[in-house]
Each structure stands twice: as structure tokens, then as C-alpha cells.
Design a protein around this ligand. Structure first.
Ligand code: ZN
Length: 423
């Protein structure tokens, strides 16, 4: 039997071009820093639509300069700023899809607004998550361009305006990610420039991310005198019932790669909670609780795991204590991205690119270390790799920082991977 020819076995003439690409990345180090500063100083909090639009225009100019055809995709229908899409047909064929996001969690009201150099690093809103990633991507593309290798590559870039809190409307399911799904189905692979993660002597990339969905349990009981609790006529009340549900979750559902948090709990005579989690409850020690409510979230790695857990939660909720009743509702979040063989092939290519660049090996990140992201929405349709962006710390918090040398390091790896995948 003949062994399949490895994709890594590039023709020598192509391999010979690679040192020039790596050198071109080094020459982009100073422009990369200038670009990062200008992107970070443009506020693009998810809910600051004008800021997201300005950020889209800023980055759009960069892709235009590289010969991409660019467009903004408005997301007014789901009350969000626009996505940026940039296409480069190259010599044709299925494009590589390169994704990232324009928005950050830092709204204009945040005290954290400006880029600041600090020794070998820098701080600023979104400096790592993920304006640094956009800079890594653009630095890789600029280097390929400078070395004369961008022209033939078929590439599609999509930078969303609402990754941190995707716009949702129940009557327009998945509206804000439909274009990404469409583009993914046309692509040969998808690379995402969310933050890279550093190990000791090696770095990580992400082949799998857990998905999440919200859950809400509402329990009802019969209000009555506390002296009658547990009797046949009065039953257990809503608080004992919802406690049973939550503790049974904890005692029976645990399995690898699964978590199911409870984040809000109320019980009493009457309870109320709005979509943002602002809640009120009232009750008396001598009255059996009539209402209870709990909300939480499930995170899982495989689509089959999600449906199995949902079924088991439905079954637990259905076994109500005497005189009570419960129901559970699920709210879709992001789907899981399981570690498929295709994703692991991309990791092997990335690892090889990193070694060629003299930057050591790349390991597979434990999916428990990473939440859901935009790439999760397309993982069912195309081979995916994430974590190609800048390396930073303290993301989503004031003081978020980036390691500046990671910009060129990650750009070298990405440039070689894109070059090899595209040929
Ligand atoms: Zn991010």
C-alpha cells in the first residue's frame, strides 16, 4: 500500500521562498506596533456601534492596500455594529477563511481607553483580545505581499463586530453569523486569530473549544402554612423542589469536558428576573414557597454531549417532589467545536510552520482552558484552528496586556501556514 503524500512535502522551489517571508515579517515589526496603537486607541466596545464601524473602516483601509475587495455587512437588525469582509481571489480555488473580531468588552464608559507601552509589553483595551490578533493577521499578509507571495493566494477575511456579545433576535436565528457560515462552507480551512497561549518552551493552538448554552429552571409549589410542609396536601414547596433539581444536577451529571454552573437562584412567595439577571424575590419564613427560579450555563465539547446533557436535565426536572412542578428552558449560546482529525491536521501544519520559522513546537490546548468563540459557529462546516493571535494576559479586565514580541512571532507562523495552505 502506498502511503499518502504528506501535505508538508512542499516542492523545494516553494520552500526556498520561506526565509524571504520570515525576513519580511521582521521588517514589519515597527509598522505592526504603530498599527496596534491606532487600533487600540479607537474604542470599539460591542455596544458602541459607531466605534465598531470606525474600527471596521480603519482595518478596511489596510486590507484595501493589500488588494482585497472589502465590504461592511451592517448588523442593525440585531442591534450591533457592522462586520468587515475582505476577499482576495488570488489564482482561484477554495479560499482560506481568516477570522477575528473588531469589538472589545471595553465600552466608552470604561476608564481603560488608551494604548500604553510598558517595557516588553503594552496595555490597552483589546490590546490582546483581539486587536493584537488583527495586527498579527495583517502583519502576516503584509509580509506575504512584500515578499511577492500574496497575489496568488485565495483568502477571505471576516472580522465580526459583535464577538463579545453576538447580536440575537429570536425571529432571526443565528442572523449575525449566517455570512460566516456561508463563507466557511466555501473555504478549505478556517484560521482564527484569537489570543495565542504560551507554554514553557513551546506554545499552544486551539483545535477544540467548548460550546455553551443557558438554562433556566422554574419551580412552583403550593403556598400554605409552614406547619403543613411535606404533608400530602401542601407538598414540599418550590424552594425544596428547585434545590432538589440543582443538587441532582451536581450529583449525577458530571463527566469529562462538561461543566454546568448555577449562577442565579431565587425562591419565595413570588420571584422575578429580567434578561440581564436583575431579580427580586419575596417570601416569609412561615409560608411554603410558591415560586423559585434558577439560571445557569452548560459548557460542553461535543454536539452529542450537549443533547445527552439536555435530555438528562429534562429527566431530572420532570421528577418533581410532591405538590410541586418544575420546567427547564434552554437558551442557545455557541455550538461546541470538537477536536476533529481535520482540526488536528491543521495543528500539525501549524506546528511544522513554527519549527521551520525556528519558533519551536506547538501543542494542542486543553479545551477546558478556552471558552467558546466565533470559530465555534463554523466548526461544523470546515477544518478549524484557533489561537493564532497575539499572546497577552488579563483579557476582558482593565490592565489587559500583550507581549509585543508575540506579534512578529505569531505573524511568522501564520504567514508560513497561510503560504503553505494556499499553494
Ligand atoms: Zn476575542
Amino acid at each position: 500500500m502506498r502511503l499518502p503524500i504528506l501535505a508538508l512535502a512542499l516542492p523545494l522551489a516553494l520552500v526556498a521562498q520561506e526565509p524571504a517571508i520570515l525576513a519580511a515579517v521582521d521588517r514589519q515589526a515597527a509598522p505592526a506596533l504603530t498599527l496596534l496603537e491606532s487600533l487600540v486607541n479607537q474604542n470599539s466596545g460591542t455596544f458602541h456601534h459607531a466605534g465598531v464601524r470606525a474600527m471596521a473602516e480603519l482595518t478596511r483601509t489596510e486590507f484595501d492596500a493589500l488588494g482585497f475587495t472589502t465590504r461592511l455587512l451592517p448588523m442593525d437588525a440585531v442591534n450591533r455594529g457592522p462586520h468587515l469582509i475582505a476577499e482576495h481571489k488570488g489564482n482561484g480555488g477554495k479560499p482560506i477563511l481568516l477570522i477575528g473580531h473588531l469589538d472589545t468588552v471595553f465600552e466608552p464608559a470604561s476608564p481603560f481607553q488608551k494604548f500604553e507601552r510598558k517595557g516588553p509589553g503594552a496595555t490597552g483595551p483589546g490590546v490582546a483580545d483581539m486587536k493584537g490578533g488583527i495586527v498579527v493577521l495583517l502583519t502576516a499578509l503584509r509580509a506575504l505581499h512584500a515578499a511577492g507571495h500574496l497575489a496568488p493566494l485565495p483568502l477571505t477575511v471576516m472580522l465580526t463586530g459583535d464577538e463579545e456579545e453576538p447580536g440575537r433576535r429570536p425571529d432571526l436565528p443565528n442572523h449575525s453569523r449566517l455570512e460566516m457560515v456561508r463563507l466557511a462552507k466555501l473555504s478549505r480551512a478556517a484560521l482564527s486569530f484569537e489570543g495565542g497561549i504560551k507554554g514553557l518552551g513551546f506554545d499552544y493552538a486551539t483545535t477544540a473549544r467548548r460550546g455553551y448554552l443557558g438554562w433556566e429552571v422554574r419551580s412552583t409549589g403550593k403556598a400554605g402554612h409552614s406547619g403543613q410542609v411535606f404533608t400530602e396536601s401542601s407538598g414540599y414547596g418550590a424552594i425544596y423542589e428547585i434545590s432538589r433539581v440543582i443538587s441532582t444536577f451536581e450529583q449525577t451529571l458530571k463527566e469529562p469536558n462538561l461543566t454546568f454552573n448555577a449562577g442565579l437562584l431565587l425562591g419565595g412567595g413570588a420571584v422575578q428576573a429580567d434578561a440581564d439577571g436583575k431579580a427580586t424575590a419575596d417570601g416569609k419564613p412561615n409560608i411554603i414557597a410558591a415560586q423559585a427560579l434558577a439560571r445557569g450555563e452548560v459548557r460542553a465539547l461535543e454536539p452529542a454531549q450537549v443533547s445527552r446533557i439536555k435530555d438528562r436535565m429534562y429527566a431530572i426536572v420532570a421528577k418533581s417532589l410532591p405538590g410541586t412542578q418544575s420546567e427547564i428552558k434552554f437558551v442557545d449560546g455557541a455550538p461546541p467545536m470538537p477536536p476533529t482529525p481535520g482540526n488536528r491536521r491543521l495543528l500539525a501544519l501549524y506546528d511544522d510552520a513554527s519549527r521551520t520559522a525556528g519558533l519551536g513546537r506547538i501543542e494542542e490546548l486543553d479545551p477546558m482552558q478556552r471558552g467558546a468563540g466565533d470559530i465555534s459557529y463554523i466548526a461544523a462546516y470546515v477544518d478549524c484552528l484557533d489561537g493564532l493571535g497575539a499572546v497577552g494576559a488579563g483579557t476582558h479586565a482593565v490592565g489587559e496586556s500583550v507581549e509585543l514580541d508575540s506579534l512578529t512571532k505569531q505573524a511568522k507562523r501564520a504567514a508560513l501556514l497561510i503560504y503553505r495552505l494556499g499553494r
